[in-house]
Ligand binder design. Structure first.
Ligand code: FES
Length: 83
């Protein structure tokens, strides 16, 4: 079982990030948390625009901002918090 070193994920649900990829990332992250037994241990929520649309899609993990996140990157980013 992975340690829940991911405490909180906040994904930007602003229209720019949503259309640039966060719509897909939402599902990918939910699936990842479920398949790793982290769904109940991690606070996962959406937020309004972070004011960084030009660098979207944007999300925050444990207060760290990640920009230009793609479906190809997100798993590596999540895993980097579990190592
Ligand atoms: S819509 Fe995500 S930073 Fe603005």
């Amino acid at each position: 079982m992975n340690q829940a070193r991911i405490r909180e994920i906040v994904i930007c649900m602003g229209s720019s990030c949503f259309s640039r990829g966060n719509k897909q990332l939402l599902g990918v992250i939910q699936q990842y948390l479920k398949s790793h037994g982290l769904y109940d241990a991690v606070t996962f929520r959406g937020s309004h625009c972070f004011g960084a649309c030009e660098n979207g899609p944007v999300l925050m993990i444990n207060g760290n901002t990640h920009t230009r996140v793609s479906s190809a990157d997100i798993i590596d980013i999540l895993e980097s918090y579990l190592v």
